[in-house]
Design a protein around this ligand. Structure first.
Ligand code: F55
Length: 840
């Protein structure tokens, strides 16, 4: 072309920036070009989109570093009480777009890269997700960090820097989920700052000796080194840029060769592998605790390094250790970091010379515990022999905590052995097991659930005895939230602009005070506004269809209702109910006359989500969805009315495309099983309506947006226990109990979607105990789907519902949630970064 030796874009802009001509070259351009030349050491004329992404990221990062430094300096000077969020998972997704929006630099960069021949959207699309989490729990941690910085709170995160995040999901032609590694660090990660000088040694195994004075001496075993990597967390429209510190494990140099494996080269190499192994991979199980030694080592490695770092920072202030609770609050994200409780006891007693009672009083004023599930299989338990082997001193401390605790219970309830057995931190059995939720509850200042219903269930079921014993005031609720920056402004820019224009309030204001959305309510009655609102939804549907076209080569029609269920695959979330409902719809369509079909509104059903690699039944559900899709999408009788897609490799970035495109989304867990749910909030914030059970945060969403704007179905929580009992002791044949469901199951079993025998174990879960009550809720589910169809027919009314839904979602901002934690638990306050004083 004759142009290939010149850079893309405007030649003059490149030349001036390259020459360093000062005048008239915008600073963004200069910084971008400078990073291309120096940091990336690349020639301007062969820069591709990936290179442009890296240059833009490095350039944006420079701004973050300046703010990060000022933020940390501000904290060091003012010494406010700080809160630390300990989470094994931070599901951050992409960073560049979020950083640009939070810094208010998006438009400058859009223009800047355009002149250099790039599109900002293409550049943003080159970034890989940071997927250091499984699902809601990890994404919640990410939203809370965003809100912490946006509300200027001194809040740090602590986690692990896994080399491999959540696995990449591939779907084989037969519909099987295959797992591939996620080497997310392959192309360099501009968003982290390695702190190779910030290191701690962490011990495993060895021997623990108890001295007469109650202190312990723990020696020998193996030591590994924790190295800090800092991730900068910018606030929206604030200077505050908090820190997320992620630990990497490394072998302790010299140790393996000199004292442990001298003369055994292979052994030395192997033990260095074990040190690296600790932070090599995120465990991909949600809602099951597996009892694996490596997982226990992850938990201890991370809590020990984090506590050592927190205590070192505290000590730099020169305060005595008994003031720790005045300066430090530590939130335990589920029970995963519970070892921090015996670890802080160990530090105080063995290293700081505290007596038991004083140490315990410090510990129980520092920690706060959030529970995320009441499902029994998800409650963490660790075999006593495993803890004894890996952490001998901690086992002694756990036993001591248990002894003093049970003595106190005994004093309050004399001679109640059953109660002691129920409340003990140790579950009897072979082997004995440590109940981490009990340890976390006993060792914390406050315990909370994540939605009203869930917090009530925590108090009345799994921790009931603890409420009776300690009083109810220790137990409370903080309903989850989501950051409206990522989950509205970033993922749905057109809707965000329309809202700004309509409210006549800067978006920097309403995105930080989400109750302002209520100002949209009157516009539900404005036909012109409704038209704009609906047109944006339509374009978001087209954006999703374009994504499916380019990634999967499939053509999705966009003149249909988009019906979406995206979440981890789990029996309690009942994707199986949804797919059986799709089959029911298919069979109904097949039985219709052409005349009848004319009245049917076309529907496109989307699923996405990963199954835990060893979760056989969940994987069968994926297989069924994929095979139903290939049958019905090609059936000439039905394909114009019903389409079905399973989108592989669900991620934060895919959610950002799917959520704004949904007309209706499904949150259909068996009542009482979904602690909160947070994607329900994301859909509703984007004007999607909700079809769901009376569970988790669905209930509070309905309270806010009005019951007439949600589609509820199914049995309520109090009925569940009895229904399960009936299934076992008074079973009714499915044919009698729920003929509609029986017919669907019959067709699957008969091989309508191929592989007849393969689905038997999945179908048997329903035919047999039906623990998640599909047979009890199926009819009302189908009826609710019918009501959705009917409501959708009246587009005017539907769009009104959509507007009113968005307008009433203010409560679910994670800013509200994080401020509740700050005020009622942590007792911390915003500590704004002051503008540096200008030299006079
Ligand atoms: C991950 C690892 C283990 Cl060992 C256990 C659970 C998980 C996990 O990912 N849990 C999870 O995501 N829980 C969800 O937390 C959300 C945030 O509170 C809730 O909204 C959701 O209801 C709950 O299932």
């Amino acid at each position: 072309t004759g142009k290939e030796h010149w850079p893309r874009g405007d030649e003059k802009v490149w030349k001036e920036a390259l020459r360093g001509v000062d005048k008239d070259v915008p600073s963004v351009t200069k910084s971008f070009v400078n990073h291309v030349q120096t940091s990336l050491a690349r020639q301007a004329y062969n820069l591709d989109d990936l290179g442009a992404y890296q240059a833009a990221a490095l350039s944006v990062r420079d701004n973050l570093i300046v703010n990060w430094n000022e933020t940390q300096l501000n904290y060091t000077r003012k010494n406010p009480k700080r809160a630390y969020y300990l989470s094994l998972e931070f599901l951050m997704g992409r960073t560049l777009d979020n950083a640009l929006l939070n810094l208010g630099l998006k438009e400058e960069y859009r223009d800047g890269v355009k002149k250099l021949g790039f599109s900002i959207e293409d550049i943003l699309d080159k970034e890989r997700d940071a997927a250091l989490g499984n699902g809601g729990l990890g994404r919640l941690a990410a939203c809370y960090l965003d809100s912490g910085s946006s509300t200027e709170l001194p809040l740090w995160g602590y986690g692990l820097r896994y080399k491999y995040g959540i696995f990449q999901q591939l779907i084989s032609p037969e519909g099987n989920q295959l797992e591939a590694p996620d080497p997310w660090l392959e192309n360099q990660n501009p968003w982290e700052l390695p702190r190779l000088d910030v290191t701690y040694e962490v011990r495993f195994y060895g021997q623990s000796e108890r001295l007469a004075n109650g202190r312990g001496i723990w020696q020998g075993g193996q030591e590994v080194v924790a190295v800090a990597y800092d991730v900068m967390i910018p606030g929206y429209g604030t200077k505050t840029t908090n820190n997320l510190r992620l630990w990497e494990s490394r072998p302790k140099r010299g140790f393996d060769l000199n004292s442990f494996n001298a003369g055994n080269y292979e052994g030395a190499v192997e033990s260095s592998n074990t040190a690296d192994a600790i932070t090599s991979v995120l465990y991909p199980n949600d809602h099951t605790s597996f009892g694996k030694e490596l997982r226990l080592k992850q938990q201890y490695f991370w809590t020990a390094a984090s506590l050592a770092d927190i205590i070192r920072r505290f000590k730099q202030q020169g305060k005595p250790m008994n003031q720790l609770p005045d300066y430090v609050a530590i939130q335990l994200n589920d029970t995963h970091p519970t070892l921090a409780i015996p670890e802080l006891m160990r530090i105080l007693i063995d290293e700081e010379d505290f007596g038991w009672d004083q140490a315990w009083s410090i510990v129980t004023n520092v920690f706060f515990y959030t529970n995320h599930t009441v499902l029994p299989e998800a409650l963490e338990k660790w075999p006593v022999p495993l803890i004894e082997h890996v952490l001998p001193r901690h086992l002694q401390i756990i036993y001591d905590i248990n002894l003093f605790f049970l003595q106190a219970v005994e004093r309050k309830y004399p001679n109640d052995r059953e109660r002691l057995a129920r409340m003990s931190l140790i579950e009897e059995g072979f082997p004995k097991q440590v109940r981490m939720a009990h340890l976390a509850a006993v060792g914390s200042r406050k315990v909370n659930g994540v939605a009203e219903l869930h917090s009530d269930l925590v108090k009345t079921t799994i921790l009931k005895d603890f409420v009776d014993f300690e009083g109810v005031s220790k137990f409370s609720n903080v309903t989850n939230g989501i950051t409206p920056r990522r989950w509205l402004d970033q993922c749905n820019p057109e809707l965000s602009d329309l809202i700004t224009k309509t409210l006549k309030v800067e978006k920097t204001v309403w995105l930080k005070d989400l109750a302002k959305l209520k100002g949209l309510i009157p516009f539900a009655e404005d036909a012109a506004f409704r038209k704009e609102w609906a047109a944006i939804k339509q374009r978001n549907k087209e954006r999703l269809a374009h994504y499916v076209q380019t990634t999967l080569g499939l053509t999705v029609r966009t003149d249909a209702m988009f019906d979406v269920q995206i979440k981890r695959l789990h029996e309690y979330k009942r994707q199986t109910l949804n797919i059986l409902g799709v089959i029911h719809r298919y069979l109904t369509l097949k039985a219709m006359t052409p005349e009848e079909k004319k009245k049917v509104n076309p529907r496109v059903v989307f699923f996405a989500g990963k199954a835990a690699p060893a979760y056989y039944i969940a994987k069968l559900t994926i297989r069924l969805i994929v095979n139903v899709a290939s049958k019905i999408n090609t059936d000439p009788d039905t394909k114009d009315y019903l389409q079905l897609y399973f989108l592989p490799d669900y991620s934060v970035s895919l959610a950002e495309v799917l959520i704004p495109a949904s007309d209706i989304s499904q949150h259909i867990s068996t009542a009482g099983t979904e602690a909160s749910g947070t994607s329900n909030m994301k859909f509703c914030l984007n004007g999607g309506l909700l079809l769901g059970t009376v569970d988790g945060a669905n209930i509070e969403i309905a309270e806010e947006v009005g019951e007439s704007n949600v589609f509820f179905f199914g049995h309520l929580t109090p009925a569940v226990e009895d229904l399960r009992y009936q299934h076992i002791y008074h079973p009714v044949p499915l044919e009698e109990k729920c003929p509609g469901l029986a017919r669907v199951i019959e067709q699957v079993a008969a091989g309508l979607f191929g592989d007849a025998e393969i689905y038997e174990p999945l179908l048997n879960t329903i035919r047999q105990t039906d623990y998640y009550l599909l047979s009890d809720d199926f009819d009302s589910y189908i009826a609710a789907l019918g009501m959705v169809d009917e409501a959708y027919q009246d587009q005017d009314e539907w769009v009104k519902k959509s507007i009113k839904t968005t307008a009433n979602m203010g409560k679910f901002s994670s800013d509200r949630a994080i401020l509740e934690y700050a005020e009622s638990f942590w007792n911390i306050e915003p500590s704004p970064v002051e503008a540096p004083k200008k030299a006079t």
